[in-house]
Ligand binder design. Structure first.
Ligand SMILES: *Cc1c(COP(=O)(O)O)cnc(C)c1O
Ligand SMILES: [Zn+2]
Length: 387
């Protein structure tokens, strides 16, 4: 019986392949590596209909995940989050078929748990016992939690300005917390100086993206393998949107879906919009954003390692990149809460500010089916609600 059909790692920039069963970070050319699977092996091991009988978590897709042995799976029950229709709010926007995948209902309160579950499990499997990472907050709390669950040591470096709740979460699960007087880039520089740890920075290891891609697998399964017209994603490091794109391509290779892929939309804040700027200028990569600052701290990434893949994903699917103001983000966050009863995070709310604008310009049409990812729980951002 095949638990994982992982075959090798491939560099999307230089095309070189690497053995997947070793401790590895970036390709020597500097690009992130992508996990590749043996399609005929998946096809013979798994049929769509088999999924229904499996547990409602992301490990239901284990053939398409990199962990080779079930005993190495580190889980807190992550995945299979609800895909909620938003009828009242959709009517206000003029988008009748508006859906929100709610990642607020996941361990540690954000979709970062998906990347951490798969990343920590696979790191453990290839022999890593100590991990270190720089973070804006949410990734640090997720990786610290899963490291604790695996019995691994974790060192988390976080800017002083990161939300206090994330600091507390890291301390609660017994990880080492290093506060950094600076931004995420300074935290990354600190981590590079530490020895004895595996550097689990965004896209520097190949498997976080595999966890995040399960959002794409779930959307397809939850919609009965009929894809929506548009998927909207708040983009920081870009791992989620690259992952969703990768998942949909894998499903197409398996023959489980056909037709055009959904138009992928990368949403950023006007306070930090390097990918939007590159998209508007028609550049293949982004330039570092100076003085990055937004209420949606999870998407404060001045220069993403995988920027070229995000730009490729939106170009190939006929999508776009769009920036929205913090003021509009907070207004939509409250509007969604009032009309639908769901308290979403500012990053998730950025999607709705973008959808409103894209609907007004008719880039999104009235009958388009639109899926927005709410990447985290509003509960982690109490300061966004005035008392
Ligand atoms: C990290 C984060 C994002 C951005 O995710 P990427 O996959 O790195 O683009 C969006 N929302 C929240 C809440 C986050 O924590
Ligand atoms: Zn390479």
């Amino acid at each position: 019986m095949t638990f994982s059909a992982l075959s090798h790692l491939e560099c999307p920039r230089c095309g070189v392949t690497h053995d997947a069963d070793q401790i590895i970070g970036l390709c020597p050319c500097g690009s992130p590596l992508l996990a590749r699977y043996d399609v005929p092996v998946v096809q013979s091991a798994l049929k769509k209909a088999d999924l229904a009988a499996r547990p409602a978590d992301l490990w239901r897709y284990h053939e398409l995940l990199p962990v080779r042995s079930p005993e190495n799976v580190v889980t807190l029950g992550e995945g299979m989050t609800p895909l909620l229709p938003l009828p009242r709010y959709g009517a206000e926007l003029g988008v009748d078929r508006l859906l929100m995948k709610d990642e607020g209902l996941i361990p540690t309160g954000t979709f970062k748990a998906r990347g951490a579950a798969v990343g920590v499990s696979r790191a453990y499997e290839v022999g890593v016992r100590k991990i270190a990472m720089p973070t804006n907050g949410n990734a640090g709390s997720a990786w610290a939690a899963y490291a604790a669950r695996a019995g691994m040591e974790a060192l988390i470096a976080m800017p002083i300005a990161a939300p206090e709740i994330c600091r507390r979460e890291v301390i609660a699960v017994g990880a080492r917390l290093q506060l950094i007087d600076g931004l995420i880039g300074d935290a990354a520089a600190y981590i590079r100086e530490q020895s004895g740890y595996f550097d689990a920075s965004t896209l520097k290891e190949p498997y976080r993206i595999e966890g995040k891609k399960t959002m794409g697998l779930e959307i397809a399964e939850q919609l009965g393998w009929q894809l929506p017209d548009v998927i909207v994603y708040p983009t920081g490091g870009g791992v989620g949107i690259i992952g969703i794109w990768k998942a949909l391509n894998e499903l197409r290779d398996l023959g489980w879906i056909d037709g055009p892929l959904p138009r992928l939309v990368a949403v950023q804040s006007t306070g930090c919009a390097p990918i939007v700027r590159a998209w508007e200028k028609g550049l293949p990569e982004s330039e570092p954003w100076v003085d990055a600052k937004t209420v949606a701290f999870g998407i404060t990434v001045p220069k993403a390692l995988g920027d070229f893949l995000v730009l490729q994903a939106i170009a190939e699917t006929g999508g776009c990149a769009i920036a929205v103001d913090d003021e509009d983000i907070l207004a939509e966050q409250h509007r969604v809460a009032q009309l639908e009863g769901t308290f979403i995070c500012p990053e998730g709310a950025a999607n709705f500010a973008a959808i409103r604008t894209l609907r007004e310009s008719n880039w999104i049409q009235a009958n388009d089916q639109v899926v927005a990812l709410n990447t985290g729980a509003g509960l982690k951002y109490p300061e966004t609600v005035p008392l």
